[in-house]
Design a protein around this ligand. Sequence first.
Ligand code: AHR
Length: 486
Amino acid sequence: MEKYLINPNQKISKINKEIYGNFSEHLGRCVYEGLYVGENSNIPNVNGMRCDVVNALKEMGLPVLRWPGGCFADEYHWKDGIGPKETRKKMINTHWGGVIEDNSFGTHEFFELCRQLECEPYICGNVGSGTVQEMSEWVEYMTFDGVSPMAELRKKNGQEEPWKLKYFGVGNENWGCGGNMTAEFYADQFRRYNVYVRNYHGNQPIYRIAGGPNSGDYHWTETLMKNVGHQMNGLSLHHYTWGTNKTALDFTEEDYILSMKNAYKMEELVTRHGEIMNRYDPDKRIGLIVDEWGMWHKVEEGTNPGFLYQQSSMRDAIVAGLNLNIFNKHSDRVHMANIAQAINVLQAVALTDGEDMLLTPTYYVFKMFKDHQENTLLGSYITTKYIDQEGKVPALIESASINADGDIVATIVNTSITESSEIQCQIADREVKSAVAEILTGEAHAHNSFEDKNEVYTKEFTDITLLNDGFKLTLSPCSVIKVIVK
Ligand code: AHR
């Protein structure tokens, strides 16, 4: 029997809703087809945004969407994507699949999408191939409410009022596709570009996110924190869980365990990058922004290799739950995270095929976990076995939070592909009146397809024994469970 202890007296940090963010790039069928089909499409849409996807993302509680890249951001020239659509420049998306980008989805369309989704926009600027002037003018175009050339241009293009823009990224992966820079060189670039990201709406300054490290590049974090820490609000971190160069549904038990090991690396990364940040920012003002994470498999047979289209199974759902629990646990430092990517690309929450749409197991994990958004993280601990021979990857990974009404939300992932776990939960100083649970479970390869869209979905879980101060349950292999305790 594993022991699960939750301490409501130990209130640790706020779980920002932005931890549950998504990322949407001009890559494959994420933006075009996935989110945006255009006003003239037969697919039901509002101002070009597909209704099924918008509704699904709203129900999932999407709080923030990052755009336009990724690597695309550092080749994106925002002026190509404004004004009458018929005059917008067409170009080749050299990075992703060599297809024609007609720029029909640009700044106005992105803000319209976020309006419909009721989520915060997070825009990533171009440092790799763009100028300081270009970035500065984009911010002016979006947010300035006075007389200026860019504000006039925005008005001419039909948007009288400036938009509210909270999050702005000063470049993306500047160690790689965003300019192939050294940490020292990028720190100097950040210093310069960042000056011209002006705060035009004084009472809500822009939250500036510096291009951060690739996975375990601790030198990058050290350099950025030392040289420009005081000028940023957030530092991004990218870490993908690489599969074994096979398609998403093609894996053995050994491959599965390896995926969990790669995914669990996130715990070490946020801890170690966090430790460096603590030395320069002990008050934890600066957020670690994990704005690209998720499983990266070989593309599905017969699809454009540059489109990064992959299926998604229970294995991906376990990786999602594992990561979200880690982010919750580190919510004192992790202020935002954005899974890559929202629709049809990498670990997507939904896939589309023409007018058809399905929700992936990962979608259901996000929807279950939304009850943590804006809660307070509580002290908690679970005993566990390990699923790998080296004893590095725990079978059980959890987090617990408390909401404004005093309800406790506990989410537990069982990463084991074979073993169930009996769990007894004890909540300190609490008389438990009720415990309501939901579970997402299935064989690791289980997934939703266009032939069977409902193989995997969240179900009510009633096999739970109420105790005076907690509950008892058995968690089947490859499961994610949420328990709400009143
Ligand atoms: O998400 C796909 C790509 O992965 C992004 O464009 C880039 O930032 C990362 O390398």
